[in-house]
Design a protein around this ligand. Structure first.
Ligand SMILES: Cc1ncc(COP(=O)(O)O)c(C=O)c1O
Length: 315
């Protein structure tokens, strides 16, 4: 077990990590009735500054998820941005970290577990999450026997904890069967996404990802990748449905997610993708992605520096 960070943030305050709790009967804890975002912050070797990546875009998606669930919280985007950077600064990690912002439904009147409650809270935690060791070599994937949840029953566009039951079933099955990850088909039988990442295919000189209507979370990393591909490779990202067997026919395949970054997939169900090793487009995009997250590109709003000086930290 790794050592826990010193601080968390909850409902407006930096607090000791162990005091960051929600009640067992809150709807957030009981049903996973929450919405959340995962953000990475990277330490730049160029200037030693830690940069949080695309914070406002994550907050925009958090607000969209909240809107669908009729959820209100007491904090502005500016407060949440400050809370994230202040938390990372207070914990003095000195290495790359992952920050989770969770807005949750709290206890409902009469402890009714399905009734509406306007009571909400927000907690933010940050932990050390190093880049996957497979980032440069890739991973073996399978196609899941589980189907992706759909917009008419459990919308994947809403980033709520409850949706991740579907992701866990798929991920655990894959790992038990000896794969690092898995790709889920949607209710129409075309490719949707991985348990916690979008998927991108390179085929015949085109970059392709399933559209937002394919049962996917509208990913920020895939959006970053599309911007980088257009700007540096002159390869616009196409959004269209992907058939299962197109995965085998792909020249390159990779996952796109805040946590997984651009993670190459080198085989699907033991069938090699392309040459079976990381391809040139993936490699080039990974390098550009590094430049993006380390603040080396002039992309306004992408990198939020974490202030070096502290405000108030509890004793
Ligand atoms: C189900 C799912 N799909 C896709 C993604 C990728 O989204 P993003 O790139 O915004 O992190 C995530 C990551 O949060 C996810 O959980």
């Amino acid at each position: 077990m790794t050592t826990a960070p010193a601080y968390a943030w909850q409902n407006g305050k930096l607090i000791p990590w162990d005091e960051c709790v929600v009640h067992a009967r809150s709807q957030g804890a009981f049903w996973g009735a929450n919405v959340f975002e995962g953000i990475r912050a990277y330490v730049s070797p160029d200037d030693g500054v830690t940069y949080a990546f695309r914070v406002q875009d994550h907050l925009d998606r958090l607000r969209r998820s909240m809107k669908s669930l009729h959820m209100e919280i007491d904090h502005s985007d500016a407060e949440l941005t400050d809370a994230c950077t202040e938390l990372v600064r207070a914990n003095a990690f000195g290495v790359d970290v992952h920050v989770c912002i969770v807005a949750y439904f709290d206890l409902a009147p009469d402890f009714d577990s399905l009734g509406y409650t306007p009571e909400t809270g927000v907690h933010i935690t940050s932990t050390v999450v190093p880049r996957s060791p497979a980032y440069r070599d890739g991973v073996a994937a399978t196609v899941s026997s589980w189907r992706r949840i759909s917009d008419d029953a459990m919308p994947p566009r809403i980033k709520t904890g409850a949706n991740y039951h579907n992701s866990r079933l798929a991920q655990h099955e894959a790992m038990r069967n000896g794969f690092a990850t898995t790709l889920l088909l949607n209710q129409r039988g075309t490719v949707s996404e991985a348990p916690g990442s979008c998927v991108v295919m390179v085929r015949a000189g085109e970059l392709v990802t399933p559209p937002g209507t394919s049962g996917v979370l509208e990913g920020i990393t895939v959006n970053t990748t599309a911007t980088l591909a257009e700007r540096f490779l002159d390869m616009p990202m196409r959004h269209r449905e992907i058939d299962r067997t197109e995965l085998h026919a792909a020249d390159e395949l990779f996952l796109c997610g805040t946590k997984s970054e651009l993670l190459p997939i080198t085989s699907v169900d033991r069938i090699p993708i392309g040459t079976g090793s990381i391809g040139p487009v993936t490699r080039e995009l990974q390098d550009r992605y590094d430049d993006a997250v380390l603040g080396r590109l002039d992309q306004p709003g992408w990198c939020t520096p974490v202030p070096m000086t502290r405000t108030e930290v509890p004793a």
